[in-house]
Design a binder for this molecule. Structure first.
Ligand SMILES: NCc1[nH]cc(CCC(=O)O)c1CC(=O)O
Length: 305
């Protein structure tokens, strides 16, 4: 009998949902799997996210499980996965993407315009903070940590008037009735890879690769390849105020980007598209926008002060 694929996962409700989702997708292809739940430092460390903290806190622990042969498959939220490739691992699949947008969660379901002056808005993301401040400089953007449930409890306790979350996480956790306003893409562009999963296997593990690669969704893969390449070209890491959203529409791959200063007082908005049928379309699209951004001074803007 072929042994079941071992899927490494963190133990937050969102991570467990994502790992079980991948197990279900594998099962549709007749592939058995078991979950290997692990503890990551990103889940226990409650200090505020800032430039001094390491990137990859959520992903390193489960990558280590693969390298140590405790598991065969690592399921990540793609936006948490650093762009620097690790030769020992391979991104075997990026399945069909969930909604990419962000939501503003508040008791009153305030829209961006409804938020009272100076309202206290919680987010741990520089990208969300800077975009929000660029639109509403009066707001008090405050740091918040913890998993989705912890953040919602802090909102409930009155520590914040509103918090920002990825809509993908809200839907995965089946909080369809959560009182919220969903930003349009014109108001708030997502993080590179937001709403997508990234599934890694050990380089050279062809059995796991072949099983997992069946879950790869070409349009999603192209879109996130463009978004992540842009992030990587700007040396942004997942903590920089860089937003990017790509989508394949008919034959065109489109990429929209926003780069901001931390306080949102300056922003660069760029978008472009390419014929998706050309060689390395995603890479070329990202490279042409990143050259533009670098000329516009993006590297200096995102430098943490
Ligand atoms: N940084 C934590 C994280 N990683 C992935 C998601 C949500 C799911 C996704 O964006 O794919 C979240 C929570 C959030 O940003 O609200």
């Amino acid at each position: 009998m072929i042994p079941a694929l071992r899927i490494a996962t963190r133990q937050s409700p969102l991570a467990l949902w994502q790992a079980k989702h991948v197990a279900a997708l594998l099962m549709e292809n007749g592939i058995e799997s078991v979950l290997v739940p692990l503890v990551s430092s990103g889940d226990v460390d409650m200090t505020p996210i800032d430039g001094t903290r390491q990137v990859g806190v959520f992903t390193k622990r489960i990558q280590r499980a693969l390298l140590d042969d405790e598991a065969d498959v690592a399921v990540h939220s793609l936006k948490d996965l650093p762009t620097e490739p690790d030769d020992r691992l391979k991104l075997a699949a990026v399945p069909t993407r969930e909604t990419v947008v962000d939501s503003l969660v508040s008791k009153e379901a305030w829209s961006l315009a409804d938020l009272p002056p100076q309202a206290r808005v919680g987010t741990g993301s520089r990208r969300r903070a800077a975009q929000l401040l660029s639109l509403r400089p009066d707001l008090n953007v405050m740091s918040i940590r913890g998993n989705v449930q912890t953040r919602l409890a802090k909102l409930d306790d009155g520590e914040f008037d509103a918090i920002m979350l990825a809509e993908a996480g809200i839907l995965r956790l089946e909080m369809h009735d959560l009182s919220r306003y969903t930003f349009s893409l014109d108001e708030m562009l997502p993080a590179p890879g937001q709403g997508a999963l990234g599934i890694e296997v050990r380089a050279g593990d062809t059995r796991s690769f072949d099983a997992v690669n069946q879950l790869d969704h070409m349009p999603t893969r192209m879109a996130v390849t463009a978004e992540r390449r842009l992030l990587s070209a700007l040396h942004g890491g997942c903590l920089a105020p860089i937003a990017a959203h790509a989508i394949l529409e008919d034959t065109q791959l489109k990429l929209a980007t926003v780069v901001l200063t931390q306080q949102g007082d300056r922003r660069l908005d760029n978008s472009d598209s390419v014929d998706a049928g050309t060689d390395n379309a995603a890479e070329h699209l990202a490279d042409s926008i990143s050259r533009l951004l670098i000329d516009q001074g993006a590297i200096e803007m995102i430098r943490p002060d």
